[in-house]
Write a protein that binds this ligand. Structure first.
Ligand code: NAG
Length: 198
């Protein structure tokens, strides 16, 4: 298809055929044209303002003291900090929804302090939970609630490898996986208290 603008002003389109759907966005201002166009094709999400800020994320702090030192060093140097992350080393044996009870003891209180200073905090979660069907409640419940991806026979759980070892992968396209995941991931006391791993 070829199209060209003329001086009238005009637009000439030449095509070999097929069905053409035309949408004309009249504005009249450019900003309104954008609004009308995104109304038609769908709008992207509006990220929270803070998520566009300065973020400090790294793996291998190793322990909470080290993280606190790095945060303090950056803030003392006048480097802006809007979001602080904890990578998988905050977890107990790299299992989702757990906290290393020794090296990251007190992270909750520390993050509350940062939050009080206007700094957001994020803990990383891997989209895979360990194949421990004896001690690890998220996987035990997940199997019971049929949340994990299976092979095409519809029965065998698809097992893979991730940080904690052998893992299963939640099928986030299903409502049951979403509600199972939210139950474990959302920081609500009644859910945390049910964990077997801290
Ligand atoms: C905390 O981590 C840092 C950096 O890895 C290390 O140098 C330090 O020895 C650790 N402290 C404790 C108490 O484990």
């Amino acid at each position: 298809m070829d199209y060209s603008f003329g001086s009238v002003p005009s637009l000439t389109m030449r095509t070999i055929g097929d069905i053409l759907d035309f949408f004309v966005f009249l504005g009249p201002k450019p900003e309104q044209v954008i609004q009308q166009y995104t109304w038609l094709v769908g709008r992207s999400i509006l990220p929270p303002y803070w998520s566009l800020g300065f973020q400090l994320a790294r793996w291998d702090y190793g322990n909470l003291t080290h993280m606190q030192q790095v945060v303090k060093r950056n803030r003392d140097a006048g480097i802006p900090l809007d979001v602080q992350y904890a990578d998988i080393d905050y977890m107990d044996a790299e299992k989702d929804f757990t906290i290393d009870p020794i090296n990251f003891h007190g992270i909750k209180e520390y993050f509350a302090e940062l939050n009080a200073d206007g700094i957001r905090t994020i803990v990383i979660l891997d989209p895979a939970t360990i194949d421990d069907q004896v001690h690890y409640a998220p996987t035990i419940e997940g199997i019971k609630e049929d949340v994990f991806i299976k092979w095409e026979d519809g029965k065998t759980l698809m097992k893979g490898s991730c940080w904690p070892g052998d893992v299963f992968f939640p099928d986030f396209f299903t409502n049951r996986a979403q509600s199972w995941w939210s139950r474990w991931a959302l920081p609500r006391k009644k859910h945390r208290d049910r964990q077997t791993n801290g």
